[in-house]
Design a protein around this ligand. Structure first.
Ligand SMILES: [Zn+2]
Length: 107
């Protein structure tokens, strides 16, 4: 299982698939499946029938999970899509950081 470098709340860029080039915020992560749900990415449209007579049916748009390897984090400091690396600080805490500008991500 690949280690997930993406966390809920991260801003990411889609680098593969039909939503390539889209940016969005990570809504949820599924580390076991290696998948993430990104706001506005891989949106599936469902038609919902009215639950009760007299109520209008509706179209529900909902994001579906995409492969975590298809997205890259966007660094909040240099604003570039980046590979996230990990490093261990002097106090033993492991943090994620931007490989481009070395900015440490807040986890
Ligand atoms: Zn950066």
């Amino acid at each position: 299982m690949a280690k997930m470098h993406i966390k809920s709340g991260d801003n990411v860029l889609v680098i593969a698939g039909k939503d390539k080039g889209k940016k969005g915020k990570v809504l949820s992560v599924f580390p076991k499946q290696g998948k993430v749900i990104v706001e506005g990415v891989a949106v599936a449209t469902k038609h919902q029938k009215p639950r009760q007579a007299g109520q209008p049916g509706g179209i529900i748009k909902q994001e579906t999970a995409v492969d975590a390897s298809n997205v890259m984090n966007i660094c909040g400091k240099c604003n570039k899509a980046t590979r996230i690396a990990r490093k261990v600080l002097e106090d033993g805490k492991s943090v994620r950081y931007c490989k481009k500008c070395n900015e440490v991500f807040n986890d």
